[in-house]
Design a protein around this ligand. Structure first.
Ligand code: UDX
Length: 453
């Protein structure tokens, strides 16, 4: 086969390999579209688990399926590390078979969690560029993990939860990884050690963040790592037209939003991955009803352990409808956040949601459920001060906590200050991502780096 017969038709080919989670697929496919728009050919390698929908992607993206063979129960679990480790074990060999036979490959961009496929690329002499889909601050936590253990911050103990992590301000120990089970903790530590050493040996690192919000953490990564770093976030801004949603988005909520007064609606979504129990679902529902504000609430399949939205008590469902609440199983989130009717976001602080909220200037009521969300929430509340946490006791959320948080956010005293700071942050972020701004310059640098010999 001549080079021009490959999927790129002679153009440099970028092979992108997202980790099969919604929050990781979205930024990777946005990056694919941004590189495509700058003249590069694209192949998306994906697992059978949570495969992207071919019909929704640009026709000239090439798609390659890797048989992962991982048990569905592992894929559905909140416990990410065993799934990711199993994927790395099972996908390295098929990825090698694919890459060894591929033509014109300029580089492989894979999620930082794909340490084995990144290793395969390096062994085959192909440029390997890991993409960190979460924050720069969280990547610094990953890099510091051995030091955090050595200094006794980790594993977390009840007695040190409120200790400041001096090496990573403003984080407290409670913002780090919570894992009481020794085996699960070890699996997580093993994953991080492979991930960080894989990144350090790679050709460069791509960050889904921007100077306007994480300048200090980005600068510290530049200092700590001896490979080129490209901060090109937020990726959802680079190519908003790609629909990478794994679930069907209920667009009817946009018409419902059209009928609501500006800045009045509380948008509630706890992301794609973590779950809550039925008690928390009921408490959020009553808290929303008691706030007497319109709300749009995403209750995705699997959000609630052991029950679905339709199993909420009938009287509560009636209250929700009467009080102008709207429930959907999945929303077009970026369009929702852009809608003028939305006044606040009750969020789990997943990194994509955090970036999407900042870029639309929507202040956040934070209910982090675990993982990097704890670190993101700390930055929302204490660094950018564009939101606050729902105050709950011992992680048990009550309807009163939800109601109080909504009143505080929608009210004038604290609410107005937060809205003003959010406007400033949104403007700084917009400037950063505009033509000639740091994000744009980094992206041009990245494209130059990919096509260079
Ligand atoms: C998890 C982590 O918490 C996150 O920080 C990490 O970067 C990815 O994995 P997740 O639960 O997927 O996050 O949340 P988030 O990162 O916010 O991503 C969710 C994505 O789904 C967002 O892009 C959001 O726009 C989208 N979404 C969410 C929808 O399209 N519709 C919805 O109804 C809800």
């Amino acid at each position: 086969m001549r080079p021009s017969d490959g999927p790129g038709g002679g153009r440099p080919l970028v092979v992108l390999f997202p980790l099969p989670y919604q929050g990781h697929i979205n930024p990777m496919l946005r990056l694919a579209a941004a590189l495509h728009a700058r003249g590069l050919a694209i192949t998306v390698v994906h697992t059978e688990t949570r495969a992207p929908d071919r019909q929704k992607l640009p026709a000239d993206f090439d798609l390659v399926t890797i048989r992962d063979g991982v048990a569905p129960e592992l894929a559905e679990s909140d416990d990410v590390a065993p799934f990711v480790l199993a994927l790395n074990r099972s996908c390295a060999a098929p990825f090698r078979d694919y890459l060894a036979g591929a033509r014109d490959v300029a580089c492989v961009v894979a999620d930082v969690d794909w340490f084995a496929p990144l290793g395969v690329a390096r062994e085959l002499g192909v440029k390997a560029l890991p993409l960190m889909t979460s924050s720069a601050a969280k990547f610094r936590v990953y890099m510091a993990f051995p030091v955090l253990e050595e200094k006794g911050y980790l594993p977390i103990r009840e007695s040190n939860l409120d200790t400041t992590v001096k090496e990573l301000p403003p984080l407290l120990v409670r913002d780090l990884h919570h894992e009481k089970d020794e085996t699960r903790y070890r699996a997580y530590a093993h994953l991080l050690s492979n991930m960080v050493s894989g990144v350090r040996q790679s050709s460069g690192l791509i960050l889904n963040t921007l100077d306007a919000i994480e300048e200090v953490d980005i600068a510290n990564i530049y200092k700590d790592i001896s490979i080129p770093v490209f901060a090109i976030g937020p990726l959802h801004i680079l190519s908003p037209s790609v629909d990478s949603s794994l679930l069907l988005q209920d667009r009817s909520c946009l018409q419902w939003l059209d009928a609501q007064p500006p800045g009045s609606v509380i948008y509630v979504s706890l992301g794609s991955l973590m779950s809550i129990d039925a008690h928390e679902l009921t408490e959020i529902a009553w808290g929303l009803v008691a706030s007497r504000r319109p709300f749009l609430w995403v209750i995705r399949p699997g959000l609630v352990r052991g029950c679905e939205a339709s199993e909420l008590p009938i009287e509560l469902q009636e209250e929700i409808v009467r009080d102008r609440g709207r429930m959907v199983s999945w929303a077009p989130q970026q369009e929702v956040l852009k809608h003028p009717a939305v006044g606040a976001f009750l969020t789990h602080c997943g990194w994509n949601s955090t970036l999407e909220s900042i870029l639309e200037g929507v202040p956040m009521i934070c209910r982090p459920l675990g993982g990097d969300q704890l670190c993101n929430a700390r930055y929302v509340c204490e660094v950018w001060k564009v939101g606050f946490r729902v105050v709950e006791v011992e992680n048990q959320l009550t309807r009163g906590d939800v109601q109080v948080a909504i009143e505080k956010m929608m009210g004038q005293k604290e609410g107005d200050e937060i809205r003003e700071r959010m406007r400033d942050l949104r403007n700084a972020a917009a400037k950063c991502t505009s033509k000639g701004g740091p994000t744009d310059v980094s992206l041009q640098r990245l494209v130059g780096f990919i096509v260079s010999p």
